[in-house]
Design a protein around this ligand. Structure first.
Ligand SMILES: CSC[C@H]1O[C@H](OP(=O)(O)O)[C@H](O)[C@@H]1O
Ligand SMILES: Nc1ncnc2[nH]cnc12
Length: 290
């Protein structure tokens, strides 16, 4: 069974409600083990692959999450469209705890991530000016409108390294840049999704006001937890309302050919090792195992 729709669950989203489970699969990848077994089944009739980013019981910090293995495993299982769910802090008063936002732009403030499948003998530079899929994002927006959820499009997400939250000075700096949200995971997934030629969208669940508000307690893990469950319920409802619309729908975007103009290494210089490691991504461009 191929699962063209993938869901990456973040903080608080470790199981997908309503998923009629058919099997679980622990995929071995050239980039190590994923965070855990991928759950494959149907969600209201739509074939879906679900993976909890931080692992069962939330065991991986944002730095430790095996992002490359996770994205590889989902691609290997046939995922073409990926919806990532992420808990975020708000950097602007209009985004309130309990709100849902679609992140559409990112500012990368990570320092310790392996955020490319390439290197080791095969170089690629994908375009990342528009990091999210407009078509997939619009499908989520349409479902959100039908459900009357507090969902808005167009947020800019600052992705920090973590795991500590921001200082007040950092929080105010990020706010002064005009960014909307802060989290610790999404820019890495977005970059890898682009390299894997997946349509990618990010449902951001606002849990707190980070640390910029004068005279207010700054975010801590307990305040995130307080809001998280209600947010996760909304995200699951949104996902369930969206995925049936995606089954068999064409992909009228450029996500599926992101590598077409990105591969830089002359084919005759690509080692057999690199070809073997990256076969899943590049065989269609004539860089196969030979
Ligand atoms: C539990 S608060 C910090 C934690 O929550 C977010 O996780 P995710 O993006 O996986 O939902 C944030 O990025 C941090 O990892
Ligand atoms: N304020 C915050 N900063 C970073 N990641 C978060 N995840 C949830 N709230 C956050």
């Amino acid at each position: 069974m191929k699962a063209p729709i993938g869901i990456l669950g973040g903080s608080g989203l470790y199981r997908m409600a309503g998923l009629a489970l058919e099997r679980t699969e622990l995929v071995q990848t050239p980039f190590g083990d994923p965070s855990g077994p991928v759950h494959l089944g149907t969600l209201d009739g739509a074939p879906v692959a679900f993976l909890a980013r931080h692992g069962e019981g939330h065991r991986f910090t944002p730095t430790e999450v095996p992002y490359r293995a996770n994205l590889w495993a989902l691609k290997f299982l046939g995922v073409e469209r990926l919806v990532s769910v992420s808990a975020v802090g708000s950097l602007q008063a209009r985004h309130r705890p309990g709100d849902l936002r679609l992140a559409r732009q990112f500012v990368d403030r990570t320092k310790l991530r392996q955020d490319s499948f390439f290197g080791g003998g095969l170089v690629a530079h994908v375009g990342f000016a528009e990091p999210t899929c407009p078509h997939l994002s619009e499908a989520l927006m349409a479902a959100g409108r039908r459900l009357g959820l507090p969902l808005e499009d167009g947020a800019t997400y600052v992705c920090m390294e973590g795991p500590a939250f921001s200082t007040r000075a950092e929080s105010r700096l990020h706010q002064s840049w005009g960014a909307d949200l802060i989290g610790m995971t999404q820019v890495t997934e977005a970059k890898l999704a682009r390299e894997a030629e997946l349509c990618y969208a990010c449902i951001a669940l606002v849990t707190d006001y980070d640390a910029w508000r004068e005279g207010e307690e700054a975010v801590d893990a307990a305040s995130v937890l307080e809001v998280m469950q209600a947010n996760v319920d909304k995200a699951q409802a949104l996902l369930r309302a969206t995925v049936p619309d995606l089954v068999g729908a064409p992909r009228p975007c450029a996500c599926g050919e992101a590598l077409k103009a990105a591969l830089f290494t002359a084919p005759e210089h690509v080692s057999i090792d690199a070809r073997r490691r990256l076969d899943l991504l590049v065989s269609k461009y004539g860089y196969g195992k030979r």
